[in-house]
Design a protein around this ligand. Structure first.
Ligand code: HEC
Ligand code: HEC
Ligand code: HEC
Ligand code: HEC
Ligand code: HEC
Length: 280
């Protein structure tokens, strides 16, 4: 009697396990879209929220989720569920939307050692590998800005070039990327140098700003226009120093950065002293 009961129970158990396996299989098959289904962005978010809600959250925190139009899943991954990660890792994904080769963001990187190595070697890389553990000899855009699949590209960028607010966090996160390939000591030195380089650039901007603010008390908007215009150009040159540091491009730190700022400051000084000279 007991034996018989045991056998029945066992058979039932097997049957239940078997059924569960079938249903799980059906769900799994439903869970991965086929290679040929054209997907909407809302579908990516809906399904991947269940797979990995942290990923969706990190994307939502990034500037990409806040610009208009939004840089969404399909902007980088495309609409077909095939080689999705490999496609997005490639520099071309980012460059096309970041202003092309001429844009300072892209140009500064192309002039760096990383950009040059990437240009030479990109066709030999296996883009299916994740952005970790020096899987690529040189880092591309996504290796630095989306390291370990982190979709918050803003983590590696300081919010305000004119101040050091939040810079420790940016340095902390960026450091973990660089140290896949470089020694901690080397990166510490680079970050310190970068910060002092940026501080030298900020001093020039502050000096120009103080001169303009002082002169504005005496002169009209129209008279101040040339100095104000030069000050706007100065902001672009300050940004060149910043991305020169971030992208390890000596050309952007020096050629397009510091000397350009010196030139701006001289022009602003000249323009304001002329106003004082001609004052009746
Ligand atoms: C119905 C659910 C579902 C939808 C819709 C969906 N995915 Fe997925 N996706 C999955 C599952 C499940 C995996 C994990 C597959 C695996 O591990 O092989 C996956 C894997 C991925 C991967 C990693 C692939 C790799 O090569 O490592 C990326 C990237 C991805 N999806 C992006 C997207 C994007 C972008 C969309 C919208 C265009 C999307 N998915 C729509 C379920 C979905
Ligand atoms: C469809 C367009 C588009 C694509 C594709 C795109 N971006 Fe962006 N990205 C933007 C816009 C718009 C901004 C916000 C304005 C700006 O900084 O230029 C931005 C900003 C950024 C920022 C600055 C973050 C901040 O907080 O200031 C980084 C870093 C970045 N993107 C990296 C990448 C990387 C890496 C890729 C490729 C994996 C990429 N982007 C792909 C449009 C795009
Ligand atoms: C070696 C790592 C690395 C690589 C490779 C890299 N970046 Fe950056 N990038 C940085 C760092 C670090 C900063 C932040 C500088 C700062 O704010 O101090 C930055 C800054 C930026 C910014 C913000 C600049 C601004 O003022 O708006 C954008 C956008 C950006 N990168 C996009 C890209 C794109 C696109 C590529 C590829 C063409 C790329 N990056 C390649 C590390 C990298
Ligand atoms: C700016 C471009 C960009 C956007 C926008 C973007 N991704 Fe990604 N995604 C990437 C890159 C690059 C990788 C590879 C990261 C790595 O190798 O560490 C990736 C990896 C992934 C993976 C694999 C993660 C893993 O750790 O294996 C999934 C899943 C994914 N993305 C889903 C999405 C979904 C869903 C959205 C929309 C909410 C989205 N992505 C938006 C560029 C992007
Ligand atoms: C995936 C590996 C990898 C990552 C990540 C990486 N680098 Fe590099 N880096 C290289 C390689 C390879 C070279 C070329 C070395 C050489 O000159 O032979 C290089 C060169 C450099 C150089 C130029 C050195 C010289 O002699 O001119 C600097 C500076 C640099 N990296 C800084 C950084 C910083 C800062 C980060 C993080 C934001 C970083 N790297 C992230 C691999 C990497």
């Amino acid at each position: 009697m007991y034996r018989c009961l045991k056998r029945v129970l066992f058979n039932r158990l097997c049957y239940i396990i078997y059924l569960t396996m079938i249903t799980a299989n059906i769900f799994a098959a439903e869970n991965i879209p086929s290679d040929t289904t054209i997907l909407k962005n809302s579908a990516c978010i809906q399904c991947h929220e269940k797979q990995n809600s942290a990923l969706i959250k990190s994307w939502k925190k990034s500037i990409h989720a806040k610009t208009s139009p939004v840089v969404n899943c399909v902007s980088c991954h495309g609409r077909l569920h095939k080689n999705m990660a490999a496609k997005a890792r490639h520099d071309d994904t980012c460059i096309a939307c970041h202003g092309g080769k001429e844009d300072p963001v892209v140009h500064s990187y192309s002039l760096s050692k990383h950009g040059i190595l990437m240009q030479l070697e990109k066709d030999t890389y296996d883009w299916n590998k994740p952005n970790i553990l020096a899987n690529y000899r040189a880092p591309g855009c996504s290796y630095c800005h989306m390291h370990q699949g982190n979709h918050n590209v803003s983590k590696t960028v300081r919010k305000d070039i004119m101040s050091n607010t939040g810079v420790e966090n940016v340095h902390y996160y960026t450091r973990s990327v660089c140290q896949d390939c470089h020694s901690p000591r080397y990166i510490t030195r680079l970050m310190e140098n970068g910060d002092s380089m940026l501080e030298i650039a900020r001093k020039k901007v502050r000096e120009a700003n103080a001169l303009i603010k002082q002169a504005e008390k005496t002169f009209s908007n129209k008279e101040m226009a040339p100095a104000e215009k030069q000050f706007k150009i100065m902001q672009q040159h300050l940004r060149n120093v910043d991305i020169g540091i971030g992208h390890q491009s000596p050309d952007y730190q020096w050629w397009y950065g510091q000397p350009a700022l010196d030139g701006d400051l001289i022009r602003i000084k000249d323009s304001i002293s002329e106003l004082y000279r001609n004052k009746p």
